[in-house]
Design a protein around this ligand. Structure first.
Ligand code: NAI
Ligand code: MG
Length: 337
């Protein structure tokens, strides 16, 4: 029986990469039906609400969403709808695998997974201005929240993930030398959880040194776990190890729902031009198929993507080519047949 999922095309390049991904899914043998919903700027325009109740109800009912990127205004305007969806469904684990799929990059055979805590840290959005001497914005303050519960469940998720996927090592990256309470609690909890997994090598490292080591010696790492903002920043860095944001998928996992999306944003600079690279969202769809226990179509799509990228004949501009999204998608469809 086909599984119904919630499909949110999103903003900017969202509709372009979503269309491409859906065409590829349809040809892959995946057994899916789609309940299409809106969110973000698209929803603000059509429904006067960036996160309509119908969209939330749909995710609640299907338990699985495939989502294009959503534009979030910087500094002012509505809060991130991505963050709101993650919070609404308590999608606490943001799983971001980074694998070499584009040949000829800076590194070969990269195979890393970043597990980012998705509900706490600085991204709880508890912030305000402090007024002084007539300046209403003399200072601004943000609160970083780390709970024992939140740290424990994300560290355990990382070790369980490592165990389930035959991975050898978990690195916990943190800044407990400076943020002794918040980051200190995260590390303390990590140490405790690690004791339940004696077969998995584990280490903790300072976040800034981790960033440098990832660039110098990425093969030293395997699974990485960290709090929300550090995970946000390092996942873009890690995407850079394998050719950029166009190749980085993400799964947001909770106990009752999951949402799959690209790591990249709505790319307003290239939106509407038909040149976006759909690989990231298509790989996210593969993670979704694996989550839905449909591993065969996922494997077919990965292999088709791999062979198109290997052949290097049809590439979008971010890969140094001059083909558009449609040409690339057609090449993947041909490789699928
Ligand atoms: P971005 O990821 O949209 O773009 C960064 C750079 O990468 C741009 O030069 C863009 O053209 C390029 N790029 C990104 N994806 C690409 C693709 N698939 N193919 C080819 N090139 C690609 O980041 P930016 O510009 O900082 O953010 C734009 C908007 O997206 C913001 O409103 C931001 O809040 C939102 N955003 C949404 C996310 C989500 O929905 N999960 C995640 C990150 C950002
Ligand atoms: Mg990000």
């Amino acid at each position: 029986m086909a599984k119904t999922i919630t499909l949110i095309p999103g903003d900017g390049i969202g509709p372009e990469v979503t269309r491409a991904t859906r065409t590829i899914l349809d040809r892959s043998g995946a057994e899916l039906e789609y309940d299409e919903q809106v969110a973000g700027v698209a929803a603000l325009k059509s429904k006067n609400n960036p996160l309509p109740q119908e969209t939330l109800d749909s995710i609640e009912a299907t338990g699985v969403a495939l989502k294009g990127p959503l534009t979030t205004p910087s500094g002012t305007g509505f809060r991130s709808i991505n963050v709101a969806i993650r919070k609404e469904f308590d999608l606490y684990a943001n799983v971001r695998p980074v694998e070499t799929i584009l040949p000829g990059g800076r590194y070969q055979d990269i195979d890393l997974v970043l597990i980012r805590e998705n509900t706490e840290g600085l991204y709880v959005g508890v912030e305000h201005y402090i007024g002084m001497e007539g300046d209403p914005k003399a200072a601004a303050e943000s609160v970083m929240i780390i709970t024992r519960f939140g740290a424990e469940r994300i560290c355990r998720y990382a070790f369980e993930y490592a165990k389930r996927n035959g991975r050898k090592k978990v690195t916990l990256a943190h800044k407990a030398n400076i943020l002794k309470y918040t980051q200190g609690l995260f590390v303390e909890v990590g140490h405790k959880v690690a004791q339940d997994y004696p077969d998995i090598v584990w280490e903790d490292r300072i976040i800034d040194a981790t960033a440098m080591q990832l660039v110098l010696n990425p093969h030293d790492f395997d699974v990485l776990v960290m709090e929300n903002m550090f995970g946000d920043i390092l996942s873009d860095l890690m995407a850079g190890l394998v050719g950029g944001l166009g190749f980085a998928p993400a799964a947001n996992i909770g106990d009752d729902a999951a949402m799959f999306e690209a790591v990249h944003g709505s790319a307003p600079d290239i939106a509407g031009q038909g040149v976006a690279n759909p690989t990231s969202l298509t790989l996210s769809a593969c993670l979704m198929l694996e989550h839905l226990e449909q591993p065969e179509p996922a494997a077919r799509i990965r292999s088709a993507l791999g062979s198109v990228l290997q052949a290097a004949e049809v590439r979008t501009p971010d890969m140094g080519g001059n083909h558009g999204t449609e040409d690339f998608t057609d090449a993947v469809l041909q490789a699928l047949d």
